[in-house]
Design a protein around this ligand. Structure first.
Ligand SMILES: Nc1nc2c(ncn2[C@@H]2O[C@H](COP(=O)(O)OP(=O)(O)OP(=O)(O)O)[C@@H](O)[C@H]2O)c(=O)[nH]1
Length: 391
C-alpha cells in the first residue's frame, strides 16, 4: 500500500527526535559531539579497510575483532562522557588529550596487525594532529608527538620480536621496512606538530583577543551610562529611567515621583578648599544618599552639584518624608570635613504629562526651595508647599 501523505512528515519528525536525543540540546555539547562524529567516520573508514585486509588474507579476523572492540569502547566512552555532561568537570570538556592518545594507540595497534597495509594504517595520524590544533596547547602537542613516536617504536618492536602477539596471517616482514616507516614518522611528525602547535597558538591568541574585546565593550557600555566621579547613573541613564517610569505611570501601572537635589552654596567649597575637595564632597554625598534609599529608588548625577532621584511607586508626600530623613542624615555628617546641606524640588507625575514637563516642575520646585532659604524640600505647585524638615 502506498504511504499516506501524512506518514512522511511524521517519520521525519520522529527521525529528528531520535537525532535530537543522540545529539544534545546544549549547543556546546552538540559541537563536541560533531567532532566525535568526525572521529567515528575515520574509525569506521579504517575498519572497512581492515575488513578488506582480512578478505585479502593479509590479517586474521580475530585481530580485527580485537582492534574493533578497543575502538568501540573508546568511542562509546567518549560519547557517554560528552553527551552526559560528565566531561564538563574538566578544563577541556572535549577530552582532547585522552581522545587523541586513544587515536594514536588505535593507529599503532592497526600498524601491528594489518601486515602489508601497515604504512597506509599510519595515515589517520594526520587527523589526530589536525584535531590537536583545536584542543591542545603547545607543550601538549609536543608530548603527543613523543608519545606517537614511542608507540610506533613499540609497534615495530612487537612486530619483530613478539610475533606471537600479532595473530598475523603473514610471515614476519623485514625489519628494514618498519624502521623506514618509524624514521619517516620521526622526521615528518615533529614538523607537522610544529605547524599544528602554531595553529593552536593562533587560535588561543584569537580567543584572548575576543575576551579582551568583550571586556572593553562591557567597560564602554558601563561608562556610557555611569558618572565617572560618583559611579552613579549619569544624565543619559537617568533620562532612560525617567522615560520608563513616566511611561508606566501614564499607563496607570505604577505612579512615580521625582526629586531634584542640589547642594547648597557648593561654589563656596570649591572656592575656599579647591576643586578636589569639592569632588570629594560630591562623592561622599552620592555614597551617603545612595545608602539611605530603598531598593528600587534610583539616584543619578544630573550634572554639576545636582542629582536626580526617581522614586517609583511613591507619592509626593512619601518622597518628602524620605528626603527629610536624608537631609537630616547629611546635616549630621561632615562630607570631606565639610558641613553640607542640600535643597530639594519634588514633583509627582500627573495624568499624561511627559518626562520633560515633570522635570521642569521639579526644577521649578527646587528653585522655590532655594528661594525659601535652602536646606528644605519644596513640592511642585498644585501638590503642597515648601516645607522644612519639621523634626
Ligand atoms: N568640584 C566640582 N565642582 C563642580 C563640579 N561640577 C560643578 N561644580 C561647581 O559647582 C558650583 C555650582 O555653583 P552654583 O551653581 O553657583 O551653585 P551653589 O554655589 O551650590 O549655590 P546654590 O545652588 O544657589 O546653593 C560651581 O562652582 C561649579 O564649578 C564638579 O564635578 N566638581
Amino acid at each position: 500500500m502506498a504511504p499516506t501523505p501524512l506518514a512522511q512528515p511524521s517519520q521525519a519528525v520522529s527521525r529528528r527526535r531520535w537525532l535530537g536525543l543522540l545529539a544534545s540540546p546544549y549547543p556546546r555539547r552538540r559541537l563536541l559531539l560533531l567532532h566525535w562524529l568526525i572521529a567515528c567516520v575515520v574509525y569506521v573508514g579504517t575498519a572497512v579497510l581492515l575488513v578488506a585486509g582480512v578478505d585479502q588474507g593479509w590479517m586474521r579476523f580475530g585481530a580485527l575483532l580485537g582492534w574493533s572492540s578497543f575502538v568501540t569502547v573508546v568511542l562509546l566512552s567518549g560519547y557517554g562522557a560528552i553527551r552526559s555532561g560528565w566531561s564538563e568537570r574538566f578544563a577541556d570538556p572535549a577530552l582532547t588529550q585522552w581522545q587523541l592518545s586513544m587515536g594514536v594507540i588505535a593507529v599503532n595497534w592497526g600498524y601491528v596487525i594489518c601486515g602489508p597495509m601497515r604504512t597506509a594504517a599510519l595515515f589517520p595520524l594526520m587527523v589526530v594532529f589536525v584535531f590537536a590544533a583545536y584542543g591542545l596547547r603547545f607543550r601538549q602537542i609536543g608530548w603527543l608527538t613523543l608519545f606517537t613516536v614511542l608507540c610506533l617504536a613499540s609497534a615495530v618492536a612487537i612486530r619483530q620480536w613478539l610475533p606471537a602477539w600479532i595473530d598475523s596471517a603473514q610471515p614476519p616482514s623485514p625489519l628494514q621496512v618498519d624502521l623506514y616507516n618509524l624514521s619517516m614518522i620521526a622526521v615528518v611528525l615533529p614538523a607537522f606538530a610544529l605547524v599544528t602547535a602554531r595553529l593552536s597558538a593562533l587560535r588561543k591568541k584569537l580567543r584572548d583577543q575576543r575576551a579582551q574585546l568583550a571586556d572593553a565593550l562591557a567597560a564602554v557600555e558601563r561608562l556610557a551610562v555611569s558618572d565617572e566621579l560618583t559611579g552613579l547613573p549619569n544624565r543619559r541613564a537617568m533620562l532612560e529611567t525617567l522615560a520608563t517610569n513616566t511611561r508606566h505611570a501614564r499607563r496607570g501601572l505604577l505612579p512615580v515621583t521625582i526629586a531634584m537635589l542640589d547642594l547648597d552654596h557648593f561654589k563656596r567649597i570649591n572656592d575656599t578648599l579647591g576643586h578636589a575637595a569639592g569632588d570629594a564632597v560630591l562623592v561622599g554625598f552620592a555614597e551617603l544618599v545612595r545608602q539611605l534609599l530603598r531598593e528600587g529608588d534610583v539616584l543619578g548625577r544630573w550634572g554639576g552639584e545636582e542629582f536626580l532621584l526617581v522614586l517609583p511607586g511613591a507619592t509626593a508626600a512619601q518622597a518628602q518624608q524620605v528626603l527629610w530623613r536624608v537631609q537630616a542624615a547629611v546635616r549630621d555628617q561632615l562630607l570631606a570635613g565639610q558641613p553640607v546641606t542640600f535643597s530639594v524640588g519634588v514633583a509627582a507625575h500627573r495624568g499624561s504629562e511627559s518626562a520633560e514637563t515633570l522635570l521642569s516642575r521639579a526644577d521649578a520646585a527646587l528653585y522655590e526651595a532655594k528661594h525659601a532659604g535652602r536646606d528644605c524640600v519644596a513640592i511642585a505647585s498644585g501638590e503642597s508647599q515648601v516645607a522644612a524638615d519639621p523634626i
